[in-house]
Design a binder for this molecule. Structure first.
Ligand code: B12
Ligand code: SF4
Ligand code: SF4
Length: 320
C-alpha cells in the first residue's frame, strides 16, 4: 500500500474518531463547471440580498486562492438528526438544524482537531478549515469527495443518513488519495420540487434563494418585510424550513446523532409566535446563546412571528 493511501486512511479514521459521520477526499482542482453554474445563479439574482455571495468569486472557482499550494480537500459530514418531530399543524416551527447549539460553534473545534491531525501525519503541510465560513462551494466539494450526491432539493444526501448533516471542509497542501464521487440516487423522484411551499426549487438542484422560506426567515434583516408571495405560504415556519428534506424518501434512513448539543433545547421545536412578539431582549440573549436563532436577531424573529400571526388572521377572515 502506498504511503499516500496509508496516510489518507489514517486521516479518515481520525476524522471519524473526532466525531464526524462521513469523510471523503477530493483533489484540489479548479471547479470550472460548478463555478459556471454558480455564476449563472448569481447573474439570475437568485442570491438576492446575500451580497457576500458576489465576492471572492475566484476563490470559489479555485481553492488555491485560499491556500496556495492546496493539493487536497477533505470533506466531512456531521449528522444533526435527533428523533423529535414537529407536532401536526404546528405554527412557529424551527428548522431541525437549529434545535440545539449552532454548528458554527460545534464544528470549528472538531475541524481544528482534524487540521492538527493532518499536520502531524504530514509534517510541513498546511490546512484551512471552513464550515459555512468562507467562499467555498462546500456542496460541490462534498460531491467530488464522494461524501454524498447533490439532491434535486439542493442538499447533499447520503443513503445511510439522508441529508440531516452539516458539511465541513479542510483544504490542505497534503497530497492525499481522492475518493470517487457517489452515484446519484434521486432517480425520477420529484417529491421536493412538488412539495416546496413557495416553488423555490426552480429546477433540479437550483434553489432561488429569493423565494426560499429559509432565506427570508433566517437571512433577511429585521427591517425588511417578507413579501406576500412567501408570507402567505410560510407553512408555519418561523425560522428556516425543512419541507424539501422532510418529504425526501432518503430521509427515512436517518440515524440519531451522537452529538448531544444538537438536541432540541428544553425539547422545544416550535416557538409560539405570540410569545415571540413579546419576548424581551435580555431573555432572548440568555435563551438563544450559541443558538442559530440568534442570526436574524430578535427583530428578525419577531418580524417572522408577526408575519405568521397576520397570515393566521387572514385565514380566519377567509373562513368567516
Ligand atoms: C447560500 C446558502 C443558502 C441559501 C441558498 C441555498 C442553496 N441551495 O444554495 C439559503 C439561505 C436559501 C440556504 C438555505 C438552506 N441551507 Co444553506 N447554505 C448556503 C451556503 C452558504 C452557500 C451555498 C451556495 O453556494 N449556493 C449557491 C448555489 C449556486 O450553489 P449550489 O447549490 O452549491 O449550486 C450547485 C448546484 O446547484 C449545481 N448546479 C446548478 N445548476 C445546475 C444545473 C445542472 C444541470 C447541474 C448538473 C448542476 C447544477 O452547481 C452549483 C455549484 O456547485 C452553504 C455553505 C457553503 N459555503 O457552501 C450553506 C449550506 C448549503 N446550507 C445548508 C443548510 C443546512 C441549509 C438549510 C437546510 C437550512 C434550513 N433548514 O433552513 C436550507 C436548505 C434550502 C435548500 N433547499 O437548499 C448546509 C447543507 C448541508 C447539506 N446536507 O447539504 C450548507 C452546506 C451549510 C453547511 N456547512 O452545512 N442556504
Ligand atoms: S427550504 Fe423550504 S422554501 Fe426553501 S427550497 Fe426547501 S421547501 Fe422550498
Ligand atoms: S425528494 Fe426525491 S428528488 Fe428530492 S432530493 Fe429527495 S430523492 Fe431527490
Amino acid at each position: 500500500m502506498s504511503d499516500r493511501r496509508t496516510i489518507t486512511d489514517q486521516i479518515t479514521e481520525a476524522a471519524l474518531a473526532c466525531g464526524f459521520d462521513a469523510v471523503g477526499v477530493a483533489r484540489a482542482e479548479p471547479c470550472d463547471e460548478a463555478w459556471e453554474h454558480y455564476r449563472t445563479w448569481i447573474d439570475r439574482g437568485y442570491h438576492g440580498a446575500l451580497s457576500y455571495m458576489e465576492r471572492n468569486i475566484d476563490a470559489r472557482r479555485d481553492v488555491s486562492h485560499l491556500l496556495p499550494g492546496a493539493r487536497s480537500v477533505i470533506v466531512v459530514a456531521k449528522n444533526y438528526y435527533t428523533p423529535h418531530i414537529h407536532p401536526d399543524g404546528a405554527v412557529g416551527k424551527i428548522a431541525r438544524y437549529a434545535w440545539g447549539d449552532d454548528y458554527h460553534v460545534v464544528l470549528p473545534p472538531m475541524l481544528d482537531e482534524l487540521c492538527q491531525i493532518v499536520q502531524d501525519l504530514v509534517p510541513g503541510s498546511e490546512t484551512r478549515r471552513y464550515t459555512d465560513t468562507g467562499p467555498v462551494l462546500e456542496k460541490e466539494w462534498a460531491v467530488r469527495a464522494g461524501v454524498g450526491w447533490m439532491g434535486k432539493n439542493g442538499n447533499i444526501l447520503r443513503r445511510d443518513i439522508g441529508s440531516w448533516f452539516f458539511l465541513g471542509v479542510v483544504i490542505t497542501t497534503a497530497d492525499l488519495e481522492p475518493n470517487e464521487p457517489m452515484d446519484d440516487y434521486c432517480g425520477s423522484c420529484t417529491a421536493c420540487l412538488d412539495a416546496c411551499p413557495t416553488k423555490a426549487i426552480v429546477e433540479p438542484m437550483v434553489v432561488d434563494a429569493t423565494k426560499c422560506i429559509s432565506y427570508w426567515t433566517i437571512e433577511m434583516k429585521p427591517d425588511v418585510e417578507i413579501p406576500l408571495t412567501v408570507a402567505s405560504n410560510l407553512d408555519g415556519w418561523v425560522f428556516g424550513c425543512d419541507v424539501c428534506q422532510d418529504v425526501c424518501p432518503w430521509n427515512r434512513f436517518q440515524t440519531p446523532t451522537s452529538e448531544e448539543r444538537f438536541s432540541p433545547r428544553e425539547g422545544v421545536t416550535v416557538l409560539n409566535p405570540s410569545d415571540l412578539v413579546d419576548l424581551q431582549p435580555d431573555v432572548f440573549v440568555e435563551r438563544f446563546r450559541h443558538s442559530p436563532l440568534k442570526r436574524p436577531k430578535l427583530g428578525g424573529l419577531q418580524r417572522n412571528a408577526r408575519t405568521l400571526l397576520s397570515a393566521a388572521t387572514v385565514d380566519d377572515a377567509d373562513r368567516e
